[in-house]
Design a binder for this molecule. Sequence first.
Ligand code: ZN
Length: 156
Amino acid sequence: MDKATRDRMQNAEILDTYIHPPDQPWIPFPGADGIGIKVLRVSSETGTWTALFNCAVGSGFARHKHLGAGEYLMISGKMEVRGGVQAGGITAVAGDYGYEPTGIIHDWTNFVEETVFYFTNYGALQFMDDDDNTVAVLDWQGILAIASMAPALAAV
Ligand code: ZN
């Protein structure tokens, strides 16, 4: 059996994911004015999801806890996590990578420039009020629900 046939047989049971995000619309991210999301991949098996976020100047993510770790790569702009470096947090700019461990709380993540970043989350986000009461939990099913709001979204 030649290599191409072997590879085809091997890959027949495993599907690549390939999409072209420039063809996708930004979908408004619920509860965060000025933030759009393009869902790239959602795993119902592990609960992991990957997305691009586009954040307008002055927008931000409300207080939340990561119920699964997250990783980001800044494509453009500037993101201030926990008030930014001047407040003891992180200021991330284009090219920067960050890892957000399970359980970490981000009181307020804000964008001081128009920002695009790539994000993979290995679980859900728990949005909380200032007394740590749960406001919303966004898991992979919630991400799929957001993605379904885009009429031209590729299958995930
Ligand atoms: Zn966060």
